[in-house]
Design a protein. Sequence first.
Length: 134
Amino acid sequence: PPGAAPAAPAPERARGEAARRAGTARARAREASEAALRGARRVHDDGAVDALRLDADLAFAIGDLRRARARWDRAISMAQRLGARRAHALVLHDRGCRTADRADLVAAVEMFEAAGAAGWRARAHAALRALPSG
C-alpha cells in the first residue's frame, strides 16, 4: 500500500524472528527459575539446594557465569548447613562438569562413593577422566 514501509527481506525477518524467539525462551526460563527460587527460599531442605543448583546450571547455559557461580556457592553453603551430602555432591558434579574443575569432580566422586551412590560416582568419575590432563 502507498506510504507503507517496505517489508524486510526474508533473511532479515528470519533473523529477527529467531532473536525474538530466543529472547522469549530466555525470559520464560528465567521466570521458571525465579519461581523455583521463590519456593526454595521458603523451604530449607535438599529440594532448595536442587533449585539453586538448577538455577546455576541455567545461568551457565545462557552465559551468565557470575550468576551461575553465585548460585552454586549458595547451593553448596545450604547443603553444608543442612548436612545434605547427596545434594552437595550433585552441585559439585554439575559445577565441575560445566567449568572443567577437577577439584569439584574429585570431591563429587568421593562424596558419591561415601554415600553409596554408585551410578553418580561413575558419572562423576567419567567426567573427571574426560578432562584434559594438566
